[in-house]
Design a protein around this ligand. Structure first.
Ligand code: IYR
Length: 217
């Protein structure tokens, strides 16, 4: 049978070493809220989206669409709508508890990264498919599947040295309208994608210790 894992040559370093090295690489990832204008070839983005689309999905229904926005005018329109939503969030909708949880991230209603980042990947979940006669077929475990694909995307970009910010203004229905997506698609997440601004310093944060999240029985 064909081998579907990653082959390694017999003389390469041990599996344990390789897993630890990969952990170091992945732990080094941080969300970035300020991007450089340094360009990234479109082929790289296309390739990483194909990596995302190779993810496992419920019944292999592949319930995702990716819209890569690089047009400055579209980015501007998205930013305007997103900032209006965020203004309502920060001034009215967010509970005091939510606001204080976010304080250390120093986020606010202005979202310059939407226009700064060379690409804004808008990810949609197809809750169902529409047949030739307009009949609907459900997609099983659709959002879980899109979550896995989004993880593949973030991970592949990171391994290429490209930063991302997962961004989810709430509500984000405006993105479906702006991008003229069909009615079986709902916005899942936006991903600002680019090289990080060299001056950017992410807020300090700690990850949980292994014993806090891992149980082996
Ligand atoms: N969407 C808002 C608020 C926000 C919410 C969470 I949860 C975050 O981890 C970060 C921000 C914003 O982007 O500012």
């Amino acid at each position: 049978m064909a081998q579907y894992g990653n082959k390694r040559s017999p003389d390469s370093e041990s599996l344990v070493n390789r897993s630890q090295r990969l952990l170091t690489v992945m732990k080094n990832r941080r969300s970035v809220r300020s991007f450089s204008e340094r360009p990234i070839p479109e082929e790289v983005i296309e390739c990483c989206v194909s990596i995302a689309a190779s993810a496992p999905s419920g019944a292999n229904q592949q319930p995702w669409s990716f819209v890569v926005v690089r047009d400055p005018d579209m980015k501007k329109q998205i930013r305007e709508k997103a900032e209006a939503v965020e203004k309502a969030f920060y001034t009215k909708k967010a509970t005091q508890k939510w606001r204080s949880t976010l304080q250390s991230l120093k986020t606010g209603h202005t979202k310059p990264f939407i226009e700064q980042a060379p690409y804004l990947i808008c990810i949609f979940v197809q809750g169902y498919s529409i047949g030739k006669k307009g009949e609907r077929s459900p997609h099983y475990y659709a959002s879980r599947s899109v979550g896995i694909a989004t993880g593949f995307l973030i991970s592949s970009l990171h391994q290429l040295g490209i930063s991302t910010l997962p961004y989810t203004p709430a509500p984000m229905t405006f993105i479906r309208d702006l991008l003229h997506r069909p009615k079986n698609e709902r916005p899942y997440m936006m991903l600002a994608v680019g090289y990080q601004d060299d001056e950017y310093v992410p807020p300090p944060l700690e990850k949980k210790k292994r014993e806090e999240y891992l149980t082996i029985v």
